[in-house]
Each structure stands twice: as C-alpha cells, then as structure tokens.
Ligand binder design. Structure first.
Ligand code: NAP
Length: 282
C-alpha cells in the first residue's frame, strides 16, 4: 500500500489558527521583524511567504530590505534597534547573509528572547538542556509532522541525515527528548543505506536531490524530507518521492511538507519569544 502523504499545509493551518487565537486573546500585540540583506532570490521568496503568513495571523510586522553591500556595522545597528524596540518581540535575520558579513556575529547579536529562529547560542544551549522555548523552526516542524501521524516515537529507531546546526542537530535533540533512539548521518557516513534501511523514522536534511532511494527505506517508515532543491523540473526534495512512497508508511511531499510547517513554527516562536521576553527590560 502506498504511503500516506503528510499534508504540511493542513497541519500548518491547525497551528496557524492556534497562533491567531492566541494573538486575539493577547493583551499585547506580538511583533515580528524580518531582516533581508542582499538579493538572494530564494531568500526573497521565503521572506515574502513569512510576511504574508505573519500578516494573516495578525502579528505586528516590520520588514527591512537591505542592499547587498550593506556594512556589517549597519546591520548590527539595526539589530540593536530591534533588540530595543518595544513593538518587536521576535526577529529573523534571513540567512544566508552577503559573503562579507560574519553570520555568526550577527546571529549572536540578537537578544536570545527575541530570537524567533532559535539560532542563538543561548537558545541552542537551552535545547540541549531540554528547555524548548525557542527551538529552530524547521526542527520543530519535523517533530510536529512526525507527531501528526499519531505513531509512537518512543523507542523507535530514528535516523537523521544531515547535521547542520539549524536543522539536523536540533531535530536529533528533539527526537531524543521523545525517547527515540537517534542516529545522525552526514557526508562522511559510510554505507548510508545500512543506517537508513533500519529507520522507523527517517528525517533527511541534506540538500541533494533524490539522495534517498526506495531501496534505502524500511517498509512502513515515516519519512520527513526537509530538502529544497531547485531543478529544471521544479523544486524537489532529498527523497525520491515517487518511488519511496511505494514502501514508506508516511511521507512528506516537497513542496507542501516541511516548508509551510516551518513558517507556522516561526510564527508560533514569535509568541514564545514574547512570553520569554516578559521580565526582561526591552
Ligand atoms: P547544510 O547546512 O548544507 O547541511 C547539510 C548536511 O548534509 C551536512 O551535515 C552534510 O554533512 C550532510 N550531507 C551532505 N552530503 C551528504 C551525503 N551525500 N550523505 C549524507 N549527508 C550528507 O544544509 P541545511 O541548512 O541543514 O539544509 C538542508 C536542506 O534542507 C537544504 O536543501 C535546505 O534548502 C533545506 N531546508 C529546508 C527548510 C524548510 O523550511 N523546508 C529549512 C531549512 C533548510 P557534513 O556535515 O559532513 O558536511
């Protein structure tokens, strides 16, 4: 029997309705700022989506489009202003930044309680410590999509392919919190298929089109495809969807899987940021 398709848009809609409800009930209007530096076309598309959804759910929203040649100091000054703004509770600096800018330095400049992406060292450290107030949105998206299947996570063999700080590692930590047995694979892993074939839950975050083939997937597995790859035939994931769906139990499509869910998690993070910021001087 072919896999059940995990509809990321549908699951995201449920979360967005929840965010909308919380905003309506909130005394203070939560505010999100997005900073986009340079002319990366993919980044512009992502930011447009985030802006559209942020406005739809009723967040106060500010967007800053900076030139490709913006100086690091100008960018840091803007972040400092947003750190101090009383209207802004969460901010996102869209990555990648232009090459002359030190991304780590810029991310570190965001106050942890305004870090809607959950990328600052404090929030990543909190996650290691099982404190999930501001977790990287794509990692949260993966976990919620797995949970949406209703299948048990505890005790399951889980393989995460990819070990980036913003996706692979945080996904692995979230699954560990759920008491899964977690293996992380990466570009130096030998015999990748030997690991993926044993996975009851497989999360793939690599950025290589159709890396995961049908014969690398266990029958009935939950397969979460984070990859976004631009090809002449359109956007595709890291999983050979058409063939893998013949063996998997559940699978996310690309587009329409992790992407929409990531945006929902980002907006939810903004509410968490507002909550986390209470008690801090802004
Ligand atoms: P990244 O920082 O480039 O990390 C890629 C990871 O894949 C690295 O850990 C790398 O290993 C590993 N890798 C590379 N080739 C491999 C191979 N042949 N076998 C096994 N592992 C391999 O990428 P990322 O930021 O995590 O993003 C991954 C993908 O997800 C990209 O396509 C990105 O566009 C997409 N993405 C989607 C969303 C969304 O909202 N849907 C959000 C974020 C990212 P090493 O560490 O050894 O180099």
């Amino acid at each position: 029997m072919p896999a059940k398709i995990i509809d990321g848009k549908k699951v995201a809609e449920k979360f967005l309705n929840e965010v909308n409800k919380k905003i309506k009930e909130s005394k203070e209007k939560p505010g999100l700022a997005i900073v986009l530096a340079g002319n990366n076309p993919a980044s512009e598309i992502y930011v447009n989506f985030k802006e559209k959804k942020a406005k739809e759910v009723g967040l106060y929203f500010e967007r800053y489009n900076l030139e490709e040649n913006v100086s690091q100091n100008e960018l840091l000054k803007l972040i400092d202003n947003l750190n101090q703004s009383r209207k802004i509770h969460g901010m996102i600096v869209q990555l990648p930044l232009p090459k002359h800018i030190d991304e780590k330095l810029v991310v570190d400049a965001i106050l942890p309680h305004k870090d809607a992406d959950g990328f600052t060292p404090v929030n990543l450290g909190n996650l290691v410590n099982d404190d999930n107030r501001l977790v990287p949105a794509t990692a949260r998206a993966c976990l919620e999509l797995i949970k949406s299947t209703g299948e048990k996570i505890e005790g399951k063999n889980t393989v995460v392919v990819g070990r980036s700080t913003i996706v692979g590692k945080p996904v692995a930590l979230l699954l560990l919190q759920e008491n899964a047995t977690v293996t992380i694979c990466h570009s130096k892993t030998k015999n990748l298929a030997e690991f993926t074939k044993n996975a009851d839950i497989l999360v793939v975050a690599v950025g290589k089109p159709k890396l995961i083939k049908k014969d690398m997937v266990k029958k009935g597995a939950i397969v979460i495809d984070v990859g976004i790859n631009k090809t002449p035939s359109g956007i595709i994931g890291d999983v050979d969807f058409e063939n893998v769906k013949e063996v998997a139990g559940y699978i996310t499509p690309v587009p329409g899987g992790v992407g929409p869910m990531t945006i929902a998690m980002l907006l939810d993070n903004t509410l968490n940021a507002m909550e986390m910021g209470r008690g801090f001087l802004r």
